[in-house]
Design a protein around this ligand. Structure first.
Ligand code: FAD
Length: 449
C-alpha cells in the first residue's frame, strides 16, 4: 500500500484524499491557503457552482453524495431575462427527474474537509505551500509562514490537485524537452466579476429560486445562481475592453447606465452595486491543455491542474470529481501497479478533458448569444418534447450533464450530430406544435447511426 502526497485541498484533492484513505492508504494533503472553515472566503471568488450527475456520482464513490445533496438548491432550467424584462424558463431536460444543483463552493469544500478528519491515516496541512516539486530528486519544497523545508517523496505517489496554477505542472513544463511535454493556455477576451443579489427584506428569494438565471445581451451576459440563504451569486461576464468592457465601464454613471439599460428588472435588488462592481476583481477565464499528466508512474495531475476549462458548461468541478472516480477505477483495475494505473488514467481521461473543454467554450457562445436566438430556442423546445416523448433520447446538454455513464468525448460527438439536424429542422419550422415528433425522432436516430 503506497503512501500518497496530494497537493491542494480544493475540491478534487480533498475528495481523492478521502477515497484513498478509505482504500487504506496513508495520505498527506498539503494546502497553501489557511483552513477555509476558519477564515472568511474573499468576496468575488466563485462562490457557488452547479453540481450535476457526474460530480454526484463521484461523491457517491466516497459515500458523500447524500451529504452534498443537503447543501444544494435544485435548478430545473435556465430562466432567460430579455432586455424588456420578459422572463422565460427553459427546462434543462424534458425528464422531470433531471436537474442541476447550485451549491456553495466553501460549503462543499468544508464538507469534504470535515470528512478528512474521520480517517487516522489522512493528515491535512494548511498554510503549507508546495512551492516546488522536483521530480528528479523526488522532493517537494514546502513553504510555511516561518520555514522552508524539503519533503522527501521518493517512495510516495504524488498527486497534483493544485488547480490552474499547479506547481507540479510547472515542474513538468520545466522538463518539457525530456518529457516532450505539450502545454497550451488560451484566454477568452471575456472575464468575470461576481456580485451579490441579497435575500429580500423578509428573507425570501427576490427572483425565481429554482433556476439558473441568464441575461443574454449583445456580446456579454449576466447569470445568477441561488444560495441557501436566499441570496444569489451573480456573475457578470464581459470583455475586458471595448464598449461594454470592464476597463471601459468604470464611473458610477457608466455602471448605472449599464444596469439601467441591460438589467433593469433586477437593478434595484443590488443595494451595493457600485461598491461591489468597483471592489470585486474582474478575473480572466481560460483553458489549459497539457500532456502527459503523469511522470515515472509516480507523479500525476488531476482536476484543473491537468485541464482547467471555462465555466460555461458548469462542468469543471464535475469533471475534476469524475477524475477521482476514474482514478479509483484504474486503481481497482491495476491494483498495486502504479505505472499502469497512472498511464491508464491519463489515456482514458485526456480525450474526455479535451471534449469538455471544447464544449465549455461552445457553451459560452450558446449562453451569451444563442439563448436570445429564436431558432435556438425552437430547437430547445423540440429537444425537450423529444425527451418527454422518447425516454431513450438525450439532447447534447442532457448527455453531458445527466448521462454520467457516457464519457464526455462520446457525449460531444453524438450531441453535435444531433444539434446539426435539429437546428436545421428548427430553422424550417414556424410553429413547434406542428412538428411531427415521430419523424424528428427517426431523423435524429438515423444520423446517430
Ligand atoms: C467563475 C467560475 C465558475 C465556475 N462554475 C462551475 C460550475 O458551475 N460547475 C462546475 O462543475 N465547475 C465550475 N467551475 C470550475 C471549478 O471551480 C473548478 O473546475 C474546480 O474548482 C477544480 O477543482 P480542483 O480541485 O481541481 O482545483 P481548485 O478548486 O482550484 O483547488 C486547488 C487547490 O490547490 C491549492 N493550491 C494551489 N497551489 C498550491 C500549492 N502550491 N501548494 C498547496 N496547495 C496549493 C489551492 O489553494 C486550492 O485549494 C467554475 C469556475 C469558475 C472560475
Amino acid at each position: 500500500m503506497k503512501d500518497v502526497v496530494i497537493i491542494g485541498a480544493g475540491l478534487a484533492g480533498t475528495l481523492m484524499a478521502i477515497r484513498l484513505a478509505q482504500r487504506g492508504h496513508k495520505v498527506d494533503l498539503y494546502e497553501k491557503r489557511p483552513d477555509l472553515r476558519k477564515t472568511d472566503i474573499s468576496a468575488g471568488r466563485s462562490i457557488n457552482l452547479a453540481l450535476s450527475d457526474r460530480g454526484l456520482q463521484a461523491l457517491a464513490m466516497a459515500d458523500l453524495d447524500d451529504k452534498a445533496k443537503e447543501l444544494v438548491i435544485p435548478m430545473h432550467g435556465r430562466m432567460i431575462h430579455s432586455i424588456d424584462g420578459h422572463k422565460t424558463l427553459y427546462r434543462y431536460s424534458g425528464r422531470e427527474e433531471d436537474w442541476i444543483n447550485s451549491i456553495s463552493r466553501p460549503g462543499l469544500n468544508s464538507l469534504l474537509l470535515d470528512e478528512t478528519e474521520k480517517y487516522d491515516g489522512l493528515q491535512v496541512y494548511f498554510d503549507h505551500d508546495a512551492a516546488r516539486v522536483d521530480t528528479i530528486n523526488k522532493d517537494i519544497t514546502i513553504k510555511t509562514s516561518d520555514a522552508t523545508a524539503k519533503l522527501d517523496v521518493s517512495d510516495k505517489i504524488v498527486i497534483g490537485a493544485d488547480g490552474a496554477g499547479s506547481s507540479l505542472r510547472r515542474e513538468m513544463q520545466r522538463r518539457s524537452n525530456q518529457l516532450r511535454y505539450n502545454f497550451s493556455q488560451t484566454f477568452l477576451d471575456t472575464g468575470y466579476k461576481e456580485l451579490c443579489l441579497p435575500a429580500g427584506p423578509d428573507g425570501t428569494f427576490q427572483i425565481e429560486k429554482n433556476a439558473l438565471h441568464i441575461w443574454p445581451r449583445d456580446g456579454f451576459m449576466m447569470i445568477a445562481l441561488p444560495n441557501l440563504d436566499a441570496s444569489f451569486t451573480v456573475t457578470l461576464f464581459m470583455r475586458f475592453d471595448g464598449p461594454n468592457g470592464f476597463d471601459t465601464i468604470q464611473s458610477d454613471d457608466q455602471i448605472h447606465a449599464l444596469f439601467d439599460k441591460n438589467f433593469k428588472n433586477v437593478k434595484n435588488f443590488f443595494p451595493d452595486l457600485i461598491h461591489e462592481y468597483r471592489t470585486n476583481p474582474s478575473s480572466s477565464l481560460g483553458t489549459i491543455r497539457c500532456y502527459p499528466w503523469q511522470i515515472d508512474g509516480q507523479f500525476l495531475l488531476i482536476g484543473d491542474a491537468a485541464h482547467a476549462i471555462v465555466p460555461f458548461y458548469g462542468q469543471g468541478m464535475n469533471c475534476s470529481f469524475e477524475d477521482c472516480l476514474i482514478l479509483d477505477r484504474c486503481i481497482d483495475a491495476d491494483e498495486g501497479n502504479w505505472d499502469a494505473i497512472l498511464k491508464n488514467f491519463q489515456s482514458i481521461r485526456k480525450q474526455d478533458a479535451d471534449a469538455i473543454a471544447d464544449l465549455a467554450e461552445d457553451n459560452f457562445y450558446e449562453m451569451r448569444d444563442a439563448t436570445a436566438d429564436p431558432v435556438f430556442n425552437k430547437k430547445r423546445q423540440i429537444e425537450l418534447a423529444l425527451e418527454q416523448e422518447y425516454p431513450e433520447y438525450y439532447s447534447k446538454y442532457s448527455l453531458v450533464t445527466f448521462k454520467e455513464e457516457i464519457p464526455y468525448h462520446k457525449a460531444m460527438a453524438l450531441g453535435r450530430k444531433q444539434d446539426e439536424v435539429l437546428m436545421k429542422i428548427a430553422a424550417n419550422t414556424d410553429d413547434i406544435s406542428q412538428v411531427d415528433l415521430a419523424w424528428v425522432f427517426e431523423t435524429v436516430k438515423a444520423v446517430d447511426g
